[in-house]
Write a protein that binds this ligand. Sequence first.
Ligand code: AMP
Length: 282
Amino acid sequence: MRTITTSNELRSALALQREQGKHIGFVPTMGALHEGHLSLVRCSKQHADRTVVSIFVNPTQFGPSEDFDRYPRTLESDAGLLIDEDVEFLFAPTADQIYPPGHSFSIHAGPIATLYEGARRPGHFDGVATVVSILFNIVQPQSVYFGQKDAQQVAVVKKLIHDLAFPIEVEVVPTVRENDGLALSSRNRYLSQAERKEAAVLSKTLVLVRDLIQKGHSAPAAIAAGIEEFHKLAPHGILDYLDVVGAETFRPAASFEGNEEPITIIIAAILGTTRLIDNLPL
Ligand code: AMP
């Protein structure tokens, strides 16, 4: 594996691969890698000739009171995991490689960025859309791999690729979970032992809501039962939102009819000081 820290060096290395007709797969991450990230990497390894993984804790997607400073940075062990997966290129740029001095342009992600995660984290999806666009321009991959775990991010990235005409295929990889259902996340390490026990409540609530909807209950009835279940299983947890939405627009499913878009159940909750999100496609 070649570890590259500058955009120019990565551009030249990948130009060479492209000249040889190699299909380039790209997995953008913020590091602190776990099995969830590695399943994206394995997907790219399966489909592409060369896999590029980026590790960049992107400052523009964190709000002023969020965990940018304490976000885990474990580059050395991450690199070890990627070597084990036979990844060809690790791109680990410094901030000024991505945002050169004087950088002032950004991408506005549109209406979807004002809902749910976007409403709680103003500017978050603009930051995601901007960094992803810059990375796409540097790497110029044919395919990119994103996790279902961040369903609203997937919707933003798909719309970005469509609206800005990036010639890129998106593969969405299923969420990797612990045995009790908790979705793997770099933020799980912030949980105390007691909070970690309660954290399975997110996936359990999603499964209950999905089962009720599949049995014919209305979305509002299923959500009401889900809210009750959440508070029963996690009396100390704070439920931020639980909703049934269109997977492409994140409009509440109750606001549109029939099969306009696939449906996803989404949840966000705070355990102690840690905010967790999860979702389950119907
Ligand atoms: P992050 O490093 O948190 O920005 O995540 C990088 C990529 O890994 C994103 O596409 C995430 O959706 C994906 N990812 C994170 N956790 C999981 C998981 N548990 N299962 C599958 N993909 C994940």
